[in-house]
Design a protein around this ligand. Structure first.
Ligand SMILES: [Zn+2]
Ligand SMILES: [Zn+2]
Length: 171
């Protein structure tokens, strides 16, 4: 979804969009969207900069880092973003000021903002750094690949050298 900024009403533009299942290009992302995003918010023209404030809801599906099972992650995020025109002669002073105010700054081109990009960025930010099905996930056996959450295997656990040193002391 593209928002054309030249058509923006003076008092801003409220928007809401329920994405369809295949509407976003997820080829560059390591998650799926079993429940596509619902986004709503408002564009405000602040002269040089554009402000986009709103919220986003979706359910993501990603792969557990340890056992490779699919994990479902509900996401609800609020965002408050500022956009500057990405022109060659861009207003460095305006940019510095925004950065000094510690605001999230992005850039737009040709008087339009791609809301899909915004959504994908927010979804990416909403993903935890480490994706785990549960905190206690036992992962896969490094030798035979058995999912240790489901069953155990006959492989001997690799010995941690620190424990081995203790065992040596006791014997
Ligand atoms: Zn797991
Ligand atoms: Zn094993």
């Amino acid at each position: 979804m593209l928002i054309v900024l030249t058509h923006l009403p003076a008092d801003g533009l409220k928007f809401e969009h329920q994405y369809e299942a295949d509407e976003l290009d997820l080829s560059q992302h390591e998650f799926d969207l079993p429940q596509p995003p619902l986004i709503n918010g408002r564009f405000t023209n602040l002269g040089q900069e554009m402000r986009v404030k709103g919220s986003l809801r979706a359910t993501l599906a990603a792969i557990c880092d340890r056992c490779l099972e699919t994990v479902t992650l509900p996401l609800a995020a609020d965002f408050d973003l500022y956009y500057l025109p990405a022109t060659a002669h861009s207003d460095k002073a305006g940019e510095t000021e925004l950065l000094e105010r510690d605001l999230d700054v992005s850039y737009y081109q040709h008087d339009r903002i791609d809301v899909d990009e915004l959504v994908l960025e927010q979804l990416e930010l909403g993903l935890p750094a480490r994706i785990l099905c549960t905190e206690e996930c036992k992962g896969l056996c490094q030798q035979c690949g058995t999912n240790l959450n489901v069953e155990s295997c006959q492989c001997s656990a690799p010995t941690d050298p620190r424990w081995q040193a203790l065992a040596d002391l006791k014997s």
